[in-house]
Design a protein around this ligand. Structure first.
Ligand SMILES: *Cc1c(COP(=O)(O)O)cnc(C)c1O
Length: 359
């Protein structure tokens, strides 16, 4: 990708011109533990089903605009009807569609930092103002701060991310219920890592409640390449999203791939529980090293090396062909790195390399 000239011949919208894009380094290494993908591909039977579907898709026709079959299957997975499910190209597109329908110029979106950078980024791209609340020093949500930010900004959308990226920390049912009671607009709970956690805000979704929960096939379903995500919420929210999203946004092959994935819920759940067990092993090993470690309910762990600077540790891991996420220069995350849980072999490579660098 070429870099943007300082003053492009045709200027974009003023606010976009000033913006930095969203980037995650794609470095060629043996062990990639930087973007929270699944270390394992989906089951072979899924691949066979998708391969067979390629020749049955009506390629000369537009896809089913409403993605009815896929919405119905996702809905039955969560005990709701298809009218309470919205599906899009990754949960990022779900979030963008929410912002287009509910936020935008003259409206604000509340986030509690540090959290997933895309929440604020997408809000700004859609012309919304962003009300940034602060978490406590140990990255916990501070309900007094939530109260203050929501009362001041009166946001159309309030974001929680649970488990939170990049900290891995989970909100309790009480906390989510309390924020729901305080939020003047819609509460969005981003559950990209929901299946790794012991509870889900999906249980609070109801027609009468201004709450939506977003999920993705990118992490737990081993399908980052497919770009498929969804939301579960009240049907009156889904109806607005359907108006705003581009027509035929979800291609036919992707709809079939989503349906094929849902034939293998058991394999997904087994993979998730293996990763949860492996997360415990990696966390314990990190605690034996000179690192501050945050408890995680997701498939990654945030840690801060205490004897060598985070940025230097990141570089020396890359030299050993291990890539983690360098959060060391991000606001509030001074010196921190984030490692995705990989296969046992990948995690051993990571831990051995880290041990070398730190001791
Ligand atoms: C990875 C991630 C997503 C996934 O976005 P997709 O567009 O579905 O790939 C969403 N939210 C959070 C917090 C994430 O970490």
């Amino acid at each position: 990708m070429s870099s943007t000239p300082v003053s492009p011949p045709v200027p974009p919208r003023d606010d976009i011109g000033l913006m930095a894009g969203y980037h995650s380094a794609q470095v060629d290494v043996d062990v990639r533990l930087n973007t929270n993908e699944s270390p394992e591909p989906p089951p072979a039977a899924f691949l066979d089903a998708v391969a067979a579907a390629v020749s049955t898709v009506d390629w000369h026709r537009y896809p089913d605009r409403a993605a009815t079959a896929l919405r119905t299957r996702i809905g039955s997975l969560h005990g709701v009807g298809p009218d309470q499910v919205f599906v899009a190209n990754g949960s990022n597109e779900v979030l963008q569609t929410l912002s287009l329908a509910y936020a935008g110029p003259g409206r604000s979106v509340a986030v509690f930092e540090p959290t997933y950078a895309l929440h604020a980024h997408i809000a700004r791209i859609t012309g919304s103002s962003v009300a940034e609340g602060e978490r406590t020093g140990d990255f916990a949500l501070d309900l007094d701060e939530v109260r203050r930010v929501l009362a001041e900004a009166h946001p159309a959308l309030t974001y929680l991310c649970s488990p939170n990226n990049p900290t891995g920390m989970l909100e309790t049912p009480d906390t989510v219920a309390e924020v729901l009671g305080l939020a003047p607009g819609l509460l969005v709970v981003d559950e990209a890592y929901g299946q790794f956690a012991p509870w889900s805000a999906l249980e609070l979704v109801d027609e009468a409640t201004p709450l939506v929960v977003t999920r993705t096939f990118s992490k737990t379903w081993s399908m980052a390449a497919a770009r498929l995500g969804y939301l579960v919420g009240p049907s009156w929210v889904v109806a607005q999203l359907d108006k705003v999203v581009l027509p035929y946004h979800l291609d036919s092959l992707k709809q079939v791939a989503g349906l094929a994935a849902l034939d293998h819920v058991g394999a997904m759940e087994e993979r998730v529980s293996r990763l949860v067990e492996e997360r415990g092993r990696v966390e314990a090993a990190l605690r034996d090293l000179p690192c501050e470690v945050w408890p995680s309910a997701a498939n990654f762990i945030l840690f801060r090396p205490t004897t060598v600077a985070g940025a230097e540790v990141w570089q020396r891991l890359v030299e050993r062909s291990v890539l983690v996420r360098d959060c060391s220069s991000w606001p509030r995350l001074d010196g921190c790195l984030r490692v995705t849980i990989g296969t046992r072999d990948e995690d051993d490579r990571f831990l051995a390399s880290l041990r070398e660098v730190l001791t």
